[in-house]
Each structure stands twice: as structure tokens, then as C-alpha cells.
Design a protein around this ligand. Structure first.
Ligand code: GLU
Length: 317
């Protein structure tokens, strides 16, 4: 068993393409935040969606992280006690957690189609997701069995009418009423794929992660995850969400932004140039000069990182 005082961070990329500058900033911040305190880093590959995340993309991400000088102590290529480190190989753990929740009477089958979920009347969250209205919440066992003959159901968690509040390490206090802002959320899709919310909680707990660093787009997922930690009797890590990097025109970066992807960048710039420029944008490199991850340890502090989204200037990369 590891010493409980040693912070443990993680990289948790979804290998659905080549990593872009936003993913790199995420890994850099996660790495600096724990390494500065002598902590350890776990690499976990979030490839639950095996059709979109072939293993060759994961291998490419591992290679890109090595090129960047962002190393990990446990994970693919490094081994460790909490493997396997690919989510696609950990489904038995998610199934066990699902069964625990089901034993508490908190899981129910949902037969709603995508079209039904997106019906115009359904309220939407700020992040564009639909707030589930609870259509299937009160189906009797007989009704559910009847419907299951024609359509395999997704599985949802029955959320309590409760507000979940926590203090984010960078964004400050955040709260959400689960029933109103989110509704009963998915644990497993109708095709059998486990939901991110469940898998990430099971894995961060099983891997002893004490600090989760990720983009502010996942801030609103955190109350759902905190609920799952509580229901499963697991200790939650601390959460630090950082502002998103935006393309020069103000759009959110995505894997389709080829110019911001490492395939285009690696031919033109060094790893220290990428990291130095990102650190400059994120406030902890005084200029855009090249810096290695190791060299940035001295200057990094969360206080320097802005709270607002960061637009990448057109000529920077
Ligand atoms: N796999 C997720 C992503 O790449 C990250 C999940 C997390 O950090 O909790 O967006």
C-alpha cells in the first residue's frame, strides 16, 4: 500500500484521435501539480468506446506524452499494482459497481430513444446535454420486461433530490441540484457500454488518485461523480478544473483542429517550444520561451493560472 500522504495525479486521455493543445495543457498541469509536491502520476487510457478508440491511437498518445517529457509512474509501459490501465479491460469492475448500486435499488432500465430524449420540450443543461425527465423511472417490473423484448435498455441511476456542493481547487465553490440540473443519469448505455461517470469514479478510486486535474468542461460532471463516490463508499479525490483553451477564432478546440494537433506540431516545433508556449498562455511562463516540463516546476502555481478561458493567439504556434 502506498503512503497515503503522497499525492497521486493522473492523465486520463480518451484516445479517439491525436492529442491537441488542450489535452497537452491538461497533462502538463496534472503533472506539474503533483510532481511539484513529490507526487506520482498514473496514466489511464479511457478507451471505453472501443470503436472510436483503437489501440493504435492509445499507443500514439503514449508516444506523444513521452516526447513531451511528461512521464508517468504507473500505467501502460510502466506497470503498477492497479492495472489494467485501459478502461476497455476493466469492465468487470464497472459491472461490480453497477451491481452494488442496483442492490441498493438505485438503478432502473430506460428504454427512451435518442429522439425521445432530445424532444424539444426537454430542458437542456448549459453544456447542451438533456436533463432526463424521468420517463422510465416508474415503470413496473412487468412493463420493463415487456419493453425489453423489443429493445435493450440503458441503465440509469436514480438521483436524490439533493444539492451537491464542493469547492473546486481552482474554480472555487460549485453546486448543483442533481434532480433539477441533471436528472437520473446513465450508468450503462443500451449497447452495453459503461458510462464515463461510473468508470471514472471506479478507476480513480481503485488507482488511489488523490487529485483530479481536468478542463472546466467537466466541472459539471463532478457532482454526479461525488454522488457515486458516496454511494459506493469510496473516498473522493480533490478536483481542480482549469479554463479551456480556445482556437484563435474563439471556438473550443477539438480533435478536428489539425493545426493544434501534435501530428502537425511535431514536425515544426520542439517539445520545449510547445510546453513553453502553453505555460505562457496559462500564466506560469513569463514569456513564450521554450521550457521543459522539469524546468517549469519552479514557476508553476495554480494562482497564476487564469480563471477564464484562454484564446490561443493566431501566430503563437
Ligand atoms: N477521458 C476524459 C477526456 O479525455 C477525461 C476524463 C477526466 O479527466 O475525468 O476528456
Amino acid at each position: 500500500m502506498e503512503c497515503a500522504d503522497i499525492p497521486r495525479g493522473r492523465f486520463a486521455p480518451s484516445p479517439s484521435g491525436r492529442i491537441h493543445l488542450g489535452n497537452i495543457l491538461c497533462c502538463l498541469l496534472a503533472w506539474l501539480s503533483v510532481r511539484q509536491r513529490g507526487g506520482r502520476v498514473v496514466l489511464r487510457v479511457e478507451d471505453l468506446d472501443t470503436a472510436r478508440c483503437p489501440r493504435r491511437y492509445a499507443a500514439q498518445i503514449e508516444e506523444d506524452l513521452r516526447w513531451l517529457g511528461l512521464d508517468w509512474d504507473e500505467g501502460p509501459g510502466a506497470g503498477g499494482p492497479d492495472g489494467p490501465y485501459y478502461q476497455s479491460e476493466r469492465t468487470a469492475l464497472y459491472q461490480a459497481a453497477l451491481e452494488r448500486l442496483a442492490d441498493m435499488g438505485l438503478v432502473y432500465p430506460c428504454f427512451c430513444t435518442r429522439a425521445e430524449l432530445h424532444a424539444a420540450s426537454a430542458p437542456h443543461r448549459e453544456d447542451g446535454q438533456v436533463v432526463y425527465g424521468g420517463t422510465c423511472r416508474c415503470l413496473t417490473a412487468a412493463e420493463a420486461a415487456e419493453r425489453a423484448k423489443v429493445r435493450s435498455p440503458a441503465l440509469r441511476l436514480r438521483v436524490p433530490e439533493e444539492e451537491i456542493a464542493f469547492t473546486d481547487g481552482h474554480m472555487g465553490p460549485y453546486r448543483e441540484s442533481l434532480a433539477w440540473d441533471c436528472g437520473d443519469f446513465l450508468l450503462r448505455r443500451s449497447d452495453g457500454m459503461f458510462a464515463y461517470q461510473l468508470a471514472v469514479v471506479v478507476d480513480d478510486a481503485a488507482m488511489g488518485v488523490t487529485e483530479v486535474v481536468r478542463g472546466a468542461d467537466l466541472l459539471s460532471s463532478t457532482p454526479r461523480q461525488l454522488l457515486l463516490y458516496r454511494l459506493l463508499g469510496l473516498t473522493a479525490p480533490s478536483f481542480i478544473h482549469f479554463p479551456l483553451l480556445l482556437a484563435p477564432d474563439g471556438r473550443r478546440l477539438s480533435k478536428r483542429d489539425v493545426d493544434a494537433g501534435l501530428d502537425s506540431l511535431r514536425g515544426r516545433v520542439t517539445a520545449a517550444e510547445v510546453l513553453g508556449k502553453l505555460a505562457y498562455l496559462a500564466g506560469f511562463n513569463p514569456s513564450a520561451e521554450p521550457r521543459t516540463a522539469e524546468a517549469l516546476l519552479a514557476d508553476f502555481s495554480w494562482q497564476k493560472v487564469p480563471g477564464e478561458d484562454i484564446r490561443i493567439p493566431a501566430e503563437l504556434f
